[in-house]
Design a protein around this ligand. Sequence first.
Ligand SMILES: NC(=O)c1ccc[n+]([C@@H]2O[C@H](COP(=O)([O-])OP(=O)(O)OC[C@H]3O[C@@H](n4cnc5c(N)ncnc54)[C@H](OP(=O)(O)O)[C@@H]3O)[C@@H](O)[C@H]2O)c1
Length: 287
Amino acid sequence: MQRILVTGASGFVGSRFVERWRNEFEILAPSHAEFDVTDAQAVERYVTRHAPQVIVHMAALSNTWYCEQHPEESYRVNVEGVCNLAVAAARNGVKFVFFSSDQVYNGNCESGPLSEDVAVAPENVYGRHKFEAEQRALELCPTAVALRATWMYDSERAGMPVHANFVLNIAKTIKERTPLVLPVREYRGITWVRDVVEFLPATFALSGGVYNYGAECSMDTYETACCYCEMLVGLQAGPLLQPDYERYPNHERNLSMSGDKIFRASGGRICFGSTMDGLRIFAEMNP
Ligand SMILES: NC(=O)c1ccc[n+]([C@@H]2O[C@H](COP(=O)([O-])OP(=O)(O)OC[C@H]3O[C@@H](n4cnc5c(N)ncnc54)[C@H](OP(=O)(O)O)[C@@H]3O)[C@@H](O)[C@H]2O)c1
């Protein structure tokens, strides 16, 4: 059995990864209190002592708004934390897979699905820190794999942490009949976390580099919500979903990513499909 060190195992993605793969891998999942990624010596000690073959690094400050308010803390966790693990992985010959974000694209003006080689200039703290972490980790550990994840969703399940997410926002809107205002000038993939978790072991075999890692999307966010609502309850968006034409006045916000690189590099094993396909399957399986 491959031994995997999972950081952030109590988080939204980490908890689902452990639940899904605990019988297939020997999983080491220290808590934040046992393993603080900002403590370089503790990270090095842990990796040397436990000798994992793979590190899947998901510990982070994942709330963009919080990072904007606490840039120094964000830097320590989201940049230096990644570097500490990259150093330990390189020294110990461990495969290092870590999560970046589609927020690295949030300063881009181009339209259409973005590929990994487009120049980026993120406009928020979280996006800038994720981008710096990618660059520094790859310098420190050239075999590292950085996964640019999209916004993810799941339903509420007992015992599993969940953040505010697209499907919960829509469910609340339908249930409480409180209007939801959504941007028209925004394009972003939204991915069921189940798929993110399912494909993760296939990323262990990828060559070092940066990979887009999530569903593609050609519809704007308001349109995506309208289609999803209609699919769920045959509901015309009507007054429940309201288009916001004013948000992102300078340029359209395009975070939508192309999955071509990871599809090819994984020999077709990692294939997310479109955001709407994912939402359709999710709705069928979570009636
Ligand atoms: N969720 C999304 O939609 C989304 C979208 C794009 C990218 N991502 C990225 O995907 C990864 C996983 O996200 P997530 O949603 O699962 O995050 P999350 O739910 O916020 O979980 C973060 C985890 O990191 C741990 N942690 C925080 N600071 C730590 C530290 N200094 N040392 C050790 N552990 C620490 C937390 O433990 P405690 O709670 O005990 O502090 C928690 O287990 C992150 O890199 C995130 O930036 C997420």
